[in-house]
Design a protein around this ligand. Structure first.
Ligand SMILES: Cc1cc2nc3c(=O)[nH]c(=O)nc-3n(C[C@H](O)[C@H](O)[C@H](O)COP(=O)(O)OP(=O)(O)OC[C@H]3O[C@@H](n4cnc5c(N)ncnc54)[C@H](O)[C@@H]3O)c2cc1C
Length: 419
């Protein structure tokens, strides 16, 4: 690309968010360069559970979460863990998180989430059109399976939020559940089923296909580690990479959980946590699931993918540089076996990666106040695969000078008062 063309954009980070942003820009004829230290899309964007839902509009901080959190933290098989050494950094984030857990706030956040999820299936299908890999996104339901049928309810705030986003939500009993998902343990006695979703059958390959499409549209993909970012004396931005320094008139930071670290030297202090998740792949599972299925009690999601069955979940707060804890993956393997008793675990592999999470479950999207030509698109926490395509269209609108058809104030970087 002509890197200094006035309208050129350099995207730092080639996960789902960076790739979708770059694709939309390239689709509008804007010269785009994407930089990632690895092959694009092979971080959190490849290891996730593959759920693509227009209706995942339930924030992480919901009323009553403060009551459940201690039980989760104390349970060694529980879905949330905090490493002791990380507590001093984690506590201020956790307090902000808990303050978001009111019904009124959840409704506001949910509306802002919907702005990023609506139309996501169609947008992925549009990106895949003509690539020959259209089958990477398949129609699916989201089955939230419960052992205790009393907990499978469609009358709570979560169901209200999903319905407000247009979801068809249904509660089914044991017979219908086992007809839908015969591989599920008989311990599961009911489920909340959300219709009209989709799932990626290989999030990693989906990312590679999007990267191939970007190249085909003339986008440049560079494999470099970005060390620092500073305003250039001649205008625009200087990007300090391993091996070379680059200049860019406009920059989008889409580096997932590493984004805040890149911005901190510019004086931006953002409460972005690295929320580590794990998955276990069962390459020859001997069984299959027809939908994305969540063990609603243990809070992990299982899905049949093209290279086996994946069970993904857990939220571990340990800091960006902490090594993974192999016990968390083993725990997922153990509870996956309980969920799917005939699951063959021969040759299982494990993976872990970090979600970029703000305490209000919303990302930063838009120009960073006070830093002309510097944009943020990061912090999509548990929802980045499904929010990426809409984030991409919004970013492309902004960078083309066309007003997105959405109020962007909930995603401002200065909403935490620290920019
Ligand atoms: C276990 C698990 C299950 C999940 N399930 C789902 C799900 O079902 N559906 C869903 O929507 N979301 C899910 N998520 C969340 C989703 O995966 C993330 O929100 C999403 O991948 C974030 O995308 P991203 O592009 O912002 O970040 P990433 O995918 O992390 O990409 C950031 C990129 O930036 C690059 N980078 C960072 N720093 C630098 C640097 N200094 N120089 C060069 N390159 C750099 C990295 O190499 C990386 O490729 C899940 C996450 C996990 C962990």
């Amino acid at each position: 690309m002509p890197p200094n063309a006035e309208d050129a954009v350099t995207v730092l980070g080639g996960g789902a968010v960076g790739l979708c942003t770059a694709l939309d820009l390239a689709g509008h004829g804007i010269p785009v360069r994407l930089i990632d230290r690895d092959a694009p899309g092979q971080g959190a964007s490849s290891g996730n559970a593959g759920v693509i839902s227009p209706f995942s509009v339930v924030p992480q901080a919901m009323p009553g979460v403060w009551r459940k959190a201690p039980g989760w933290l104390l349970d060694p098989l529980g879905p949330v863990a905090v490493r002791a050494r990380h507590l001093p950094r984690f506590l201020p984030w956790a307090l902000r998180f808990l303050r978001n857990g009111t019904a009124g706030r959840a409704r506001q956040v949910s509306a802002a989430m919907e702005g990023l999820t609506s139309g996501n299936i169609e947008l992925y299908r549009r990106h895949l059109q003509g690539t020959g890999h259209e089958d990477l996104v398949r129609d699916s339901c989201y089955v939230l399976a419960h052992r205790d049928p009393r907990l499978a309810s469609d009358t709570g705030l979560d169901a209200e939020l999903r319905r407000a986003a247009g979801a068809r939500v249904e509660v089914i009993g044991a017979d219908a559940l086992h007809e839908m998902e015969p591989a599920l343990s008989a311990d599961f006695r009911a489920a909340v089923v959300i219709h009209g979703q989709s799932r990626a059958t290989s999030p990693g390959r989906l990312m590679s296909v999007l990267a191939g499409k970007l190249r085909g549209l003339g986008g440049e993909i560079l494999c470099r580690e970005v060390k620092a970012l500073r305003p250039a004396p001649e205008g625009g931005w200087r990007i300090y990479c391993t091996g070379e320094d680059l200049h860019a008139p406009r920059v989008v930071v889409a580096a997932g959980a590493w984004s805040a670290r890149l911005l901190e030297p510019l004086g931006l202090r953002l409460p972005l946590e690295a929320e580590r998740g794990y998955h276990v792949m069962f390459p020859a599972p001997g069984i299959a699931l027809n939908n994305s299925v969540m063990d609603a009690n243990r809070k992990f999601v299982a899905s049949s993918m093209e290279d086996g069955l994946r069970a993904a979940g857990t939220a571990e707060f340990a800091g960006l540089d902490a090594p993974p804890d192999p016990r968390r993956a083993r725990t997922i393997a153990k509870i996956a076996k309980r969920m799917l008793p005939d699951l063959d675990d021969t040759g299982l592999t494990t993976w872990s990666g970090v979600r970029p999470s703000f305490p209000d479950s919303l990302p930063v999207i838009g120009e960073i106040p006070g830093h002309r030509g510097l944009y943020g698109a990061f912090g999509h926490s548990h929802y980045g695969l499904m929010m990426a395509p809409r984030t991409g269209t919004i970013m492309a609108d902004l960078l083309r000078g066309s007003a997105p058809n959405l109020d962007l104030s909930p995603y401002r970087a200065d909403r935490f008062g620290s920019v």
